[in-house]
Ligand binder design. Sequence first.
Ligand code: SF4
Length: 725
Amino acid sequence: MPATPAQSPLRVVHTVCSHDCPDSCGVLVTVDEHGRAVKVQGDPSHPVTQGFLCGKVAKYLDRVYAPDRIVYPLRRKPGVAKDPRPRGTEQDAFERVSWDEALNEIAARLKDIADRYGPESILPYSYAGTIGQLGYGSMDRRFFHRLGASQLDRTICAEAGGQAWKLVYGKKLGTPTEDFKHAKLIIAWAGNIHGNNVHLWPMVEQARRNGARLIVIDPYRTRTAALADWHIAIRPGTDAALALGMMHVILREGLEDRPYAEAMTHGLEQLYERVREYTPQRVANWTGMTPGEIEQLAREYATTRPAAIRLNYGVQRVENGGAAVRAIIMLPALTGAWKHRGGGAQLSTSGAFEFDEDALRRPDLALQSPLGRLARVINMSQLGEALTGLGHDDWREGPAVHALFVYNSNPGAVAPNHNSVVRGLKRSDLFTVVHDLFFTDTTDYADYILPATTFLEHTDIQGAYGHYFVQLSQQAIEPPGEARSNMWLFGQLAQRMGFEEACFRDTPEEMIAQALRIGPDGRSANPNMEHITLDDLRQKGHLPLAFHREPETNPFQPFVSGAVPTPSGKIEFYSEILAAQGRDPLPAFVAPAESRWSEAAKRYPLEFLSRKNDNYMNSTFANLDGHRKMEARTSQKLEIHPLDAEARGISDGDAVRVFNDRGWINLSAKINGDLPAGVVAGRLDWAKLSRDAVNVNVLTSERLTDIGAGATFYSALVEVEKASL
Ligand code: SF4
């Protein structure tokens, strides 16, 4: 912790950015004598944060002190319909109530609904609005387990890729971020490093200064792609084909590291047989690349050392996404890239932390619920279906959803098949509670809105999925008005429900000790954290995991030797788990259900990319004017290739209607020759901030991925026509 001069009225508090980003930055918050935060800055002593923050969070005080922040509990006024409301008018639909009133009334409604329809008729809905261990999943899970509420399968972002990684490597570990500077070739595969993993960028720059090349594989010319040595604008959803084609070339030309592969992998011969059919010519037909480009990429990857792949989650948001991730991450196992410091791959480092989630979430409390067992599971990527398809109590072995409790998420904006989600949210018999900081696309349908805290206003403990440091986020300021953390909220609600278990009164400090498995001696029982004490964390803010304590003299290089935590004990080209399930144990390319190869393309010939904004975090930050200005270039635009525009008589700036069977949205055309022909792109925004109160998720489907049952945002076919606005 930096020292504050003794006479200074300012104090500096170590917090951690808890937004859904791999970088998990250490953030120093300067607080004045009135308890007001006056500055946020990246922690200069954190080896990954390196003293700077991204554009989203550098302006964070705009969010903390936004004049339109919700700071009191609100209840819908009697008789006011649940409809989208224009920004600035939302307050009119609600009246202020005290926390006591809100908690008592919500508890009474939940009890009544549980009594009438069974507790599984209550559905929590949350994701990574905060990724601190307490904020993401702790008291909330205790509450819903004890209640017997439906469990939520949290699949909307990363489940296909995460499961795919575990099938191949057993555990989510990867090349340390700091080591990318040693690479001589970096492939950002669906990774917009500059936009949403910006603390890797200095490592990339350092590597490039030392002669490394950067290749970006992405259908869209992101800021990262524009800065690359080679941008491969592959067609959406064809990544599995490309990776299999690369392996075809590598094995055909004998460029694999056979001694490494024979020692460390399982199923090499089966993989060899599988990739035979993925000739450069066939792969070229799918990807839009030339056969020569595929061969060049494979050779360059296999013969450059160290070679690192930074894979990100966009690649797995298509039906074949699990297979795509498996195929891509087999590349370093085939070439032995893990052996070279700075080589290998990174999708997520989260598997290294092993916080004690059972202690935090207490799934055992389900046994005390009226069900006496764990409740049924509902997939969050099918919220529309859950809210509308289950209008009848015979749906999938359980009751209809009669209560929805939303926190850490904004499904009215981010969930696929927006029109279906909204139909569900508008149901007059659905009781909805939302815990959030602002009026959002979801609060428009709430019965109660409860004011939430930012990461400056509560205490938490956090790992990361882009580095190997544990960090303590200390409360820097008091929450404004009556805003409260979700940990506080669910503890209070549990007591109003009459849950008597002592765990509902645990303090944040006690829960942090549980997460870290701190024993009576003050030390962690987690082998990767055995050197960590709470005092140390309070002093330093961040501490490396045990294997990453001496990165220069004893660097962490996973998967170089030894046993791998898979069924075979090796890196699995051939998945024993999938084989046991009777599924194809090897990756294969299957064209997305909605793609240029499918029957539906006759009606809807354009592949639609529902893109995220670099300066928002999914839907977070989209309500802030400063952030919106940074996204003005593409906000409410449809990017379309000149050939596709010409074929439809569309000129730059024209109003266009983008549609498919699920819905439509009006946008303004932006001609972009960098997109592959046949691909159009629009940005996720708040529905209420567009003219027709919809967003691009009206076009996306609730179809699920092959592995992990994740969302398939990047597999949607549309047609575009000129519109008159
Ligand atoms: S969003 Fe990511 S890069 Fe930005 S401050 Fe938070 S953790 Fe750091």
